[in-house]
Design a protein around this ligand. Structure first.
Ligand code: ZN
Length: 358
């Protein structure tokens, strides 16, 4: 089978690898398309230290079941079922104890991060049956690759303790910030502000239903008060750098909560008094529980038109290395997906997006 191997930092090569087979309770999935995540870009450059040469990355994926192992018991999965894959894998024995917080299992591993596991930038992968999530045929197939990033956002919204009447500030309108806007809307939130420095992303963010703040034109905390007439109730930082965390803290009410989901810097310098004397909290968010992943899948299964806005373009395997390199230098407005099985992708999603934005 063909796979995109991280040959060295800054270089993805199409390699020929042995096709895996489904043993025991594993499901073999033929990958249709896999999204390029910010963490993959940092892995590609070597910046995050969480990917290594020789690895096949990929964790935001959609595919079709091609075979099931002899011990698979689920009756909602069989060859031909369209599926996405929850990349957070925990031991079978831990499932009951860690229900609702699977990501906290000390022995969890993550598909696309675990360096020894061939992940979704390959034509085939095998995963435990419990990590496979079936999707309806009525959903545009590429939406399946959006389930994982949306699940990240669903968990972040939950961790931030947000309720539907809150006014929420999102820091950063890249792919994570865009998913956060959709996850806030899933939670019924109507007043959403988002900061974004790149002009080419602002139309997209407006089309998603958020009010865009340009942090280079006006201090963010002043812009929030000008727009809302008061501070925001909560903030979700999809950048994760000292300036954005401080903007988040100074833009929300006393006692408010900031959820840190972006990982832009490994160390932060924050204004301590804007936490202590203002009784604000900062909480972290990284992956998601199974229930968040399923909620994201269920919402996308309804084929919401807005989801198409999140996909900027698709590339094939031979174009992937160029796409990674250019994304590092020039971020696109939304997400880029690598299509591994072009015959199973309808072009309609991209056409629909372009129609909305033009
Ligand atoms: Zn990701």
């Amino acid at each position: 089978m063909r796979a995109l191997v991280l040959e060295s930092f800054g270089k993805l090569a199409v390699a020929d690898l042995d096709e895996p087979s489904a043993d025991a309770d594993e499901v073999k999935v033929r990958i249709i398309a896999t999204g390029i995540c910010g963490s993959d870009l940092h892995g590609y450059s070597g910046a995050n230290g969480r990917r290594a040469p020789g690895q096949v990355m990929g964790h935001e994926t959609v595919g079709v079941v091609s075979a099931v192992g002899p011990d698979v018991t689920r009756d909602d999965i069989s060859p031909g079922t369209i599926v996405t894959v929850n990349p957070v894998v925990i031991p079978r024995e831990g499932i009951e104890e860690f229900t609702g917080r699977e990501q906290h299992h000390p022995e969890k591993w993550v598909l696309g991060v675990a360096q020894e596991v061939v992940s979704a930038f390959a034509e085939y992968i095998v995963v435990p049956e419990r990590n496979v999530v079936p999707l309806p045929y009525t959903m545009p197939v590429l939406f399946g690759a959006l389930v994982e990033p949306l699940a990240v956002a669903v968990n972040a919204v939950r961790r931030a303790g947000i309720t539907k009447d809150d006014a929420v500030l999102v820091l950063g309108g890249g792919p994570i910030g865009q998913s956060v806007i959709l996850a806030l809307q899933m939670a019924g939130v109507e007043r959403i502000l988002v900061t974004e420095v790149l002009p080419e992303r602002r139309d997209l963010l407006t089309a998603l239903g958020a009010t865009v703040i340009n942090p280079t034109a006006e201090p963010v905390n002043e812009a929030v008060r000008r727009i809302l007439g008061r501070p925001a109730d909560a903030a979700i930082d999809a950048v994760g750098a000292s300036p954005t965390v401080n903007d988040a803290l100074s833009s929300i009410k006393l006692g408010g909560r900031v959820c840190l989901v972006g990982m832009g810097q490994t160390e932060l310098t924050i204004d301590a008094f804007s936490v202590s004397t203002a009784e604000r909290s900062i909480v972290g968010s990284f992956t998601y529980a199974n229930s968040d992943f399923q909620a994201a899948a269920d919402w996308l299964a309804g084929a919401p038109g807005k989801a198409a806005l999140l996909i900027s373009r698709t590339v094939d395997m031979d174009g992937a290395d160029d796409a990674f390199r250019s994304l590092e230098e020039h971020p696109t407005s939304g997400k880029v997906l690598v299509v591994l099985t072009p015959s199973l992708v309808a072009e309609g999603v991209i056409a629909e997006r372009n129609e909305v934005l033009t």
